[in-house]
Write a protein that binds this ligand. Structure first.
Ligand SMILES: O=C(O)c1cc(C(=O)O)c2c(n1)C(=O)C(=O)c1cc(C(=O)O)[nH]c1-2
Length: 240
C-alpha cells in the first residue's frame, strides 16, 4: 500500500491543535472548579496534588537536556528549569506554588511532605517523567505541547477564582500570571522542534499519539482527584 502523503506544516500543526478537545480544561473536576463549585477542602486537594506535578516538571526537563546533544536547544530549554526552580532574584514557580498553597490554607510542610498526593496522581506524573527519560529529546519536547492549551486555563482561573473563591488570598495568583507568558514562549519552541522533527505521515501520527499520551496523564490525574475529593473515595476508603 502506498505511503500516505505527509501533512503540510500547517496541517500538522492544525492536527496537534485539534487535540485541545481532550485537554483537562474539559475534565469535570476543572469544570466544577472553574464554575466556583468546589469547597475549600477540594481546592486544597487539587493544589496539594498538583504540587507533585510542579516539582516533577524540572526533573522532566533535566531528563530532556540530558538526552539532547544540541547546544542551541539546551541553551533554550534550560530556561524551563530556571522558571520553576528560580534563578537569582526570581524565586521561581515552585515557590509561587507554595504561595498558592498558603493562599488556600495549606502549610508549606503539608505540600513538601507530599502527604496528600494520591497514588493515581503520582503514577500518572511518574509516567510522564519516565517517558521523557527514555524517549528522544524531540519526542519529549512534543509531549510538552499540552501547554498549547494551558494559557486559556490559567486565564480562566485568574478571571473567575477571585469572584468564586473570595477566601483565596491574592498572593495565590502569582503562579498563574507568571505562567501565561512562560507557557506561550515555551510552546513556540516545542512546536518548532516537533514540526521540524516529525516529517513523514507515520512520524506525524506518532507525534499525535505522544500528545495524546500527555493528555491522558493530565486527565488521569483529575480522575484520581475526582474519586478522592468529589466522590469521597480515596484509595482504601472501605477500610477507613
Ligand atoms: O495548570 C495547568 O493546567 C497546567 C498544564 C500544563 C500542561 O498542559 O502540561 C502545565 C502547567 N500547568 C504548568 O504550570 C507548567 O509549568 C507546565 C509545564 C509543562 C510541561 O509539560 O513541560 N506543562 C505544564
Amino acid at each position: 500500500m502506498a505511503e500516505q502523503k505527509p501533512w503540510s506544516r500547517e496541517e500538522f500543526e492544525q492536527k496537534l491543535r485539534e487535540k485541545e478537545r481532550f485537554y483537562h480544561l474539559h475534565h469535570p473536576f476543572h469544570v466544577l472548579m472553574n464554575r466556583g463549585e468546589l469547597n475549600q477542602q477540594q481546592v486544597q486537594g487539587w493544589v496539594a496534588n498538583r504540587f507533585y506535578y510542579q516539582t516533577s516538571i524540572p526533573i522532566k526537563d533535566a531528563a530532556i537536556l540530558a538526552n539532547c546533544p544540541r547546544r542551541s536547544v539546551r541553551r533554550h530549554w534550560v530556561q524551563r528549569i530556571l522558571d520553576h526552580d528560580g534563578y537569582g532574584e526570581d524565586v521561581g514557580g515552585i515557590e509561587a506554588w507554595f504561595q498558592l498553597g498558603e493562599a488556600v490554607g495549606l502549610a508549606r510542610e503539608e505540600l513538601e511532605s507530599q502527604q496528600h498526593v494520591l497514588p493515581g496522581v503520582r503514577f500518572a506524573i511518574d509516567a510522564y517523567v519516565n517517558f521523557a527519560r527514555r524517549a528522544t529529546w524531540q519526542e519529549a519536547a512534543c509531549s510538552s505541547l499540552t501547554e498549547l492549551f494551558a494559557p486559556s486555563l490559567h486565564q480562566q482561573r485568574l478571571d473567575n477564582w477571585p469572584r468564586y473563591y473570595p477566601w483565596i488570598k491574592a498572593e495565590g495568583y502569582h503562579y498563574f500570571r507568571k505562567r501565561l507568558n512562560e507557557a506561550r514562549r515555551d510552546v513556540q519552541h516545542g512546536l518548532e522542534i516537533t514540526l521540524d522533527y516529525f516529517q513523514n505521515r507515520a512520524q506525524q501520527e506518532r507525534a499525535l499519539g505522544i500528545l495524546q499520551f500527555k493528555l491522558d496523564v493530565l486527565w488521569t490525574m483529575l480522575d484520581a482527584m475526582w474519586m478522592a475529593y468529589i466522590e469521597n473515595r480515596p484509595p482504601y476508603h472501605m477500610e477507613v
